[in-house]
Design a protein around this ligand. Structure first.
Ligand code: IPM
Ligand code: MG
Length: 367
């Protein structure tokens, strides 16, 4: 049997630093759990632009289509701000999502006990929080046509189009219902059906799909009210399903409930491949944080948790994913803190690699 394959795209900014810690974890699973991956590495984002003049080389795109899972760090940086839109680092990431057809983006927001004090919200509002946002990732206003900046009379007009087909809504809804079945059997769908036709269709299709899942309790909320409810009492939610743009906003909001953007992983999943595994890309929710890049300050946990999601969703290793999550929980409970987690209550400061090493030690202790 051949080993499962991973393509690692560290990207820009803190991407390579946090990914170096993931490499240690991958090696640990190979050495200690017999879970050996065939790992290859390539460029995406600004570093790919610097080398090839494009944020994603066609060869890299082709590799991404072939492997069992892609792990991505982060893309972007101020030195690329003035590049033409078509070659900006973000276009590399968006091309991967689009061409791999990764329509279902899972963004968990989970509050680790040790960090409950760290949220900007009161502790009882966030302690024990465990919700999952399912964001549609390959359509909507991110990709709708027409788009562009056009001349209209003597001024310019910027246009983007929110567009959803029934099948696009139905497939992401099904992925959210499937997840809800494995969790608390509660799904809240968010759109703006009060002002957008695409929102009316979204609500209709989600309601239609819900008939296939009679056990799941479905509710609907306008996305603005959803944002308000997420800050007021987030524990009312289990799974949330929403479109590409609302999902972008709401997942950043949900991330911050947990105290740090440096903690949250994501999985972007598409249709099953011939081997039964879904097309998949795993990446932290945080960005490339150019202001702290190269200083050993970045928190590698979001990226490591993204690998845990890969173990769970691509490789059917839910127990090993739980082992890794428990190891992270343990080092946080022990008081280890990267700079972003250093709150008023203090803790033991650790560097990016110090955090990775501590997680390895906790994994060793779990055997
Ligand atoms: C995200 C990011 C991306 C998005 C950017 C980097 C293109 O904000 O993954 O949430 O807007 O989808
Ligand atoms: Mg975002």
């Amino acid at each position: 049997m051949t080993n499962p394959s991973l393509l690692i795209l560290p990207g820009d900014g803190i991407g390579p630093e946090v990914m170096a810690e993931v490499r240690k974890i991958i090696d640990w699973y190979g050495a200690k759990r017999g879970l050996v991956f065939d790992v290859s590495e390539d460029l995406v984002g600004g570093c790919a632009y610097d080398k090839h003049g494009t944020p994603l080389h066609d060869d890299t795109m082709a590799k991404a289509q072939e492997v069992d899972a892609v792990l991505l760090g982060a893309v972007g940086g101020p030195q690329y701000d003035n590049l033409d839109f078509s070659v900006k680092p973000e276009r590399g990431l968006l091309r991967l999502r689009k061409e791999m057809d990764l329509f279902s983006n899972l963004r968990p927001a989970q509050c680790f006990d040790a960090l409950a004090d760290f949220s900007s919200l009161k502790k009882d509002v966030v302690a024990g929080l465990d919700i999952m946002i399912v964001r549609e990732l390959t359509s909507g206003v991110y990709f709708g046509e027409p788009r562009g900046i056009f001349k209209e009379g003597n001024e310019r007009v910027g246009i983007n189009t929110q567009r959803y087909t029934e099948s696009e809504i139905a497939r992401v809804a099904r992925s959210a219902f499937d997840l809800a079945m494995k969790r608390g059997k509660k799904l809240c769908s968010m759109e703006k059906a009060n002002v957008m036709e695409s929102g009316i269709l979204w609500r209709e299709v989600v309601t239609e799909v819900s008939k296939e899942y009679p056990e799941v309790e479905l509710s609907h909320m306008y996305a603005d009210a959803g944002a308000m409810q997420l800050t007021r009492w987030p524990k009312q939610f289990d799974v949330i399903v929403t479109d590409n743009l609302f999902g972008d906003l709401l997942s950043d909001l949900a991330a911050m409930l947990t105290g740090s953007l440096g903690m949250l992983p994501s999985a972007s999943l598409g249709a099953p491949m011939a081997n039964g595994r879904p097309k998949a890309l795993y990446e932290p929710v945080h960005g490339s944080a150019p202001d702290i890049a190269g200083q050993g300050k970045a928190n590698p946990i979001a990226c490591i948790l993204s690998f845990a999601m890969a173990l769970r969703y691509s490789f059917d290793q839910g127990d090993e994913a739980a082992r890794l999550e428990a190891a992270i929980e343990k080092v946080l409970a022990d008081g280890l803190r990267t700079a972003d987690l250093m709150g008023p209550e203090g803790g033991t400061p650790v560097s990016t690699s110090g955090m990775g090493d501590a997680i390895i030690a906790a994994l060793d202790a779990s055997l």
